[in-house]
Design a protein around this ligand. Structure first.
Ligand SMILES: Cc1ncc(C[n+]2csc(CCOP(=O)(O)OP(=O)(O)O)c2C)c(N)n1
Ligand SMILES: [Mg+2]
Length: 950
């Protein structure tokens, strides 16, 4: 114990002298010595009283001896054993999820940098220039347009080191790494692609003006708008990290199921520090650790600022994030200080510098960015005379140039290199950067920098000079784009590096494989079998899914996804049939004794049972639904969930799924405000079909019968997987059991287009005794023919509509036609399309929509009802002769059974009949007295509450 210590540079250190902290801090030794008292203090700067300093010293000496003679791993083991023993002895163990505010990888553990620093710096400078120029010019072109300069300015080194050395591109036999870029850093990504020759100067000019002649560039990563460039939409903060986690997990799923070898692919996700406040950013990080996603790398660009101001003025975002990620079980690598600090840290024998680094808060660190070196000397180092002394030999200019780690390529390289070598856990690299790096007075490190889009001539000149861009003083004011010639060392190097790494990133393939999907004829017997059975449409859809899972050509590509509701939807037989995906062999004996209910987890299980996370399930949907493109395997996600928790809760993710051109089925289970009995206000969905209306690539269906769900799902299979069209099929399915009818001949087209005639009901002349002595059958005023009632209905409410038709005929002598509407949205979409075409082609023969065509021969009054808000059927009003009278479920749900609920919302047969009679009265076919009498007769309280506002 008394032998001399050897420090890591090999020189001798006197026993009892602390090692330079920079050399050992990576082992998380939690204490340093207080400069004034000489007492050990924990690294967070709080004081503790050391009652026996010489004993403390002995312990520390022992530790140093072990580290120096046996290495860090041995020391780490001993500390672990000591901790275990202390715990057993009941000693309170100091807990800290954070380490000192210095780089995780000490300078002496940095691997050699393999690149050409000088050329890489020049390339990066040119990319910086063009990224800035693109925004400045867009804003000059039109003041309302611009973009973001400062985000990429802070992220440039983080992105460039990854692009030059790590991120692998798409090759012939390798689909590359998957990269989620920080959305607002897009100018830098375009700028690099410009140097690579993948984007033209014209496109750069038209940044954010996609409608300009010659085409432009979209503001952010939008695969929908740039389908051969962007792969992963990220700009809605928080969704990128969430989707990246599930993408990495899905890659493991593909591997474990033997569908594709993804073992060499990494998922990279670049994230803003402000973005970490979105619950979605951190919400799934424990899953990433639990699943051992060592194919996942998060890079958090901690420029300490978000849009308005500091992310944590009074705290330290890097430390906070370190604690969160370490606590969740990630491998955390902090990159805080650039190499200029190495020598200072090496001299920091008493740990004073680290203590100072720990105690300064982010708001203050931002101040150092905008102030001169003299301020840093006075306010940072000046806090302690010994620290002042430490930097006495450095000029103010040098102090100003002490870089942050995220701007030092070698530090960043070391962190990425270690991430590649980390097995069994995901890695997060938390890098400290400067927002608006290089913008100088106009924005560097300033709170306004996020919005900065304008640079005047002088500022442009300063930027040019700082980054050495060969643009003359005469030209600089124009902010011209600069691209060195193809045979310049920069372009050659840039291309060589990307070739060595497999190709350009980002890029999205033009072609993707298709499947042979089953036809409707293959499923005629399935449809016939459903007739006469008392089941729900949910059961119909799930049974169809179970059958498709057995299909030889598509079965293995189906990915059933469910957030802990399998039993609700009757999917539990799938557990046995396909297994639940769980990486690794099961380590326990399941409790279930019934083989049918057996919760069978398996390494190659097919069902993604995600637990209670619609957001996570949707992320899996997106990973699976884009696999046709990102992996070249046409996976077919079928995600079933409580319909209320779909568009309403994760609508933004569904939007991102469309942007990413995801394909698949969303099944909105337990749909309908009055059909999901008992669950009440928060569960009963009457909204999702309305929300779906606004989603361009969502085909939304609300079928009533099993044959309808079957026709729709098979059509989806055909369009998405056999024809390669980009759609998401949203189908609401209900949990009400009723007898399923046989499929009427020839209704397939109508089912897919949105409606077909289901039944004509003729008025029955009063027979024998009148049904009620009080209310006579409706009498048509003399000289008038009784108009027919055209009744439209969807989902579970279609049966109420059918019952209303019977009531009208039997009790009131009114004839009707019932239409089964399978998609309000599809009908409207096509009707709008025709209307628009007609507007623009006034001299051509007008087009007639399917809706108009179908209703052309239907006369009378039109009434519609569904289990959704009235706005859903009201979409059709402009095309319905005489207008559409709509009944619906506006308002809060209630816990009750279906009958009372349908009366409360006025969508039961009786209310639909009243609605119909009231329409007949409105057109003068009957008198208002008849409606009033019917209201009484059918037992409806005319003064009941209006559900819409109750
Ligand atoms: C969900 C969502 N909310 C708000 C925004 C608007 N927004 C765009 S960038 C930004 C600040 C980003 O800060 P940070 O994540 O720290 O990134 P930085 O630009 O600093 O790198 C905000 C609020 C958004 N894009 N998405
Ligand atoms: Mg930020």
């Amino acid at each position: 114990m008394a032998s001399p210590d050897i420090d890591q540079t090999g020189s001798e250190v006197e026993p009892g002298q602390p090692l330079p902290l920079g050399a050992h801090a990576h082992m998380s030794i939690g204490q340093v010595t207080d400069s004034t008292t000489g007492q050990p203090v924990p690294v967070d700067g709080t004081s503790v009283v050391d009652s026996d300093p010489s004993e403390t010293r002995e312990w520390l000496d022992s530790l140093r001896y072990v580290v120096n003679s046996r290495g860090g791993d041995r020391a780490s083991y001993l500390l672990h054993v000591i901790e275990q023993e202390a715990y057993r002895l009941g000693v309170p163990i100091p807990f800290s999820t954070t380490t000192p505010y210095i780089n995780t990888i000490p300078s002496d553990r940095q691997p050699p940098f393999p690149g050409n620093r000088e050329i890489e710096r020049r390339i990066k400078s040119i990319i910086r220039w063009n990224a800035m120029a693109m925004v400045v010019r867009a804003n000059r072109e039109d003041k309302s347009i611009g973009g973001h300069i400062s985000t990429y300015a802070s992220a440039a080194t983080l992105i460039e080191v990854a692009m030059s050395h790590f991120i692998r591109g798409r090759g012939d036999d390798f689909s590359g790494d998957q990269v989620y870029f920080q959305g607002h850093s897009s100018p830098g990504i375009y700028s690099r692609a410009f140097l690579e020759g993948r984007i033209s100067e014209k496109q750069l000019e038209n940044f954010r003006r996609e409608l300009a002649e010659g085409g432009g560039l979209s503001s952010y990563p939008h695969p929908w708008l740039m389908p051969e460039f962007w792969e992963f939409p990220t700009v809605s903060m928080g969704l990128g990290p969430l989707m990246a986690i599930y993408q990495a997990r899905f890659n493991k799923y593909l591997q474990d199921r033997g569908i594709k070898d993804t073992s060499k692919q990494h998922v990279w996700c670049f994230i803003g520090d402000g973005e970490c406040d979105e619950p979605e950013t951190l919400g799934a990080i424990s899953l990433a650790a639990r699943e051992g996603l060592d194919n996942l790398i998060f890079v958090i660009n901690c420029n300490l600022q978000r849009l308005d101001g500091p992310v944590r003025g009074n705290g330290k975002i890097i430390q906070e994030l370190e604690g969160v990620f370490r606590g969740a079980g990630w491998n955390v690598s902090k990159v805080i200080w650039g190499e200029e600090w190495d020598a200072l840290l090496a001299k920091d024998e008493k740990g004073l510098l680290v203590k100072r680094m720990n105690e300064v808060v982010d708001g203050q660190y931002q101040k150092y960015v905008v102030m001169p070196g003299s301020y840093i000397r006075e306010h940072f180092f000046g806090a302690d005379p010994e620290l002042s002394e430490m930097v006495a030999h450095l000029s103010d200019e040098k102090l100003k140039k002490l870089r942050r780690g995220g701007h030092d390529p070698e530090k960043v390289y070391a962190a990425y290199d270690a991430a590649m070598k980390c097995h069994g856990k995901p890695t997060v690299i938390i890098a400290k950067t400067i927002k608006g790096y290089g913008l100088g007075e106009v924005g560097e490190g300033r709170n306004v920098t996020h919005q900065q889009k304008k640079l005047n001539e002088e500022e442009l000149r300063a930027f040019r000079t700082r980054f050495g861009i060969p643009i003359s003083d005469d030209e600089v004011a124009q902010a011209p784009f600069y691209r060195p010639p193809d045979d310049s060392p920069e372009i050659k190097y840039l291309r060589e590096r990307r070739e060595a790494l497999g190709g350009a990133v980002p890029s999205r393939p033009k072609h993707s494989p298709l499947l042979k999907t089953p036809s409707l004829d293959d499923y005629r017997a399935f449809i016939d079998k459903s007739a006469g059975r008392e089941v729900s449409t949910t059961t119909g859809a799930v049974t169809l899914m179970a059958s498709l899972l057995k299909d030889k050509s598509i079965g293995k590509y189906i990915v059933p996804i469910v957030p802990d509701e399998s039993r609700t939807f009757g999917m539990d037989p799938l557990f046995k049939q396909c297994g639940i995906y769980a990486h690794g062999a099961p380590l326990y004996e399941p409790v279930d004794s019934d083989p049918l209910l057996y919760y069978r987890e398996a390494n190659d299980g097919q069902v993604l049972e995600e637990g209670i996370t619609e957001a996570g399930s949707m992320s899996s949907f997106i990973a699976a639904g884009t696999a046709y493109s990102s992996h070249g395997v046409p996976m077919i996600p079928i995600f079933i969930y409580y319909s209320m928790f779909g568009f309403q809760r994760i609508g933004d993710e569904i939007w991102a799924a469309m942007d990413a051109r995801a394909r698949g089925f969303l099944l909105g289970g337990t749909a309908g405000r009055t059909t999901l009995a008992g669950e009440g206000l928060q569960h009963q969905d009457g909204n999702s079909q309305l929300f779906a209306m606004a989603y361009p690539t969502v085909k939304a269906y609300d079928p009533a019968f099993v044959y309808e769900t079957t026709v729709i799902m098979l059509d989806g299979m055909d369009r998405m997987y056999a024809k390669g069209e980009d759609w998401i099929y949203y189908i609401t399915v209900y949990n009400e059991n009723y007898e399923m009818p046989s499929m009427p001949p020839g209704c397939e087209e109508g089912i897919l287009k949105g409606m077909y005639k289901l039944r004509d009901t003729e008025a029955k002349p009063p027979q024998g005794k009148p049904l009620s002595s009080k209310v006579p059958q409706v009498k048509v005023p003399q000289g008038k023919a009784m108009p027919r009632v055209q009744l439209m209905g969807s989902g579970a409410i279609l049966r109420e509509v059918l019952r209303a038709a019977d009531l009208l005929a039997e009790q009131f002598g009114v004839a009707s036609t019932v239409w089964s509407v399978t998609s309000w949205k599809e009908l409207r979409r096509e009707a709008q399309e025709c209307r628009r075409w007609n507007m623009l082609h006034p001299q051509s023969k007008p087009r007639r929509s399917y809706l108009e065509h179908t209703l052309a021969k239907a006369d009378g009054v039109f009434v519609a009802a569904s289990d959704h808000v009235r706005g859903v059927p009201e979409q059709l009003d402009p095309w319905v002769p005489g207008g559409l009278f709509v009944l619906g479920t506006d308002g809060f749900g209630r816990s009750d059974t279906r009958g009372p609920l349908r009366r409360h919302f006025e969508v039961d047969a009786e209310c639909i009949a009243i609605g119909s009679l009231s329409r007949l009265a409105a057109v003068g076919a009957i008198g208002p007295d008849v409606v009033a009498e019917a209201i009484t007769r059918l037992g409806i309280d005319p003064d009941k509450v209006d559900a819409a506002s109750a």
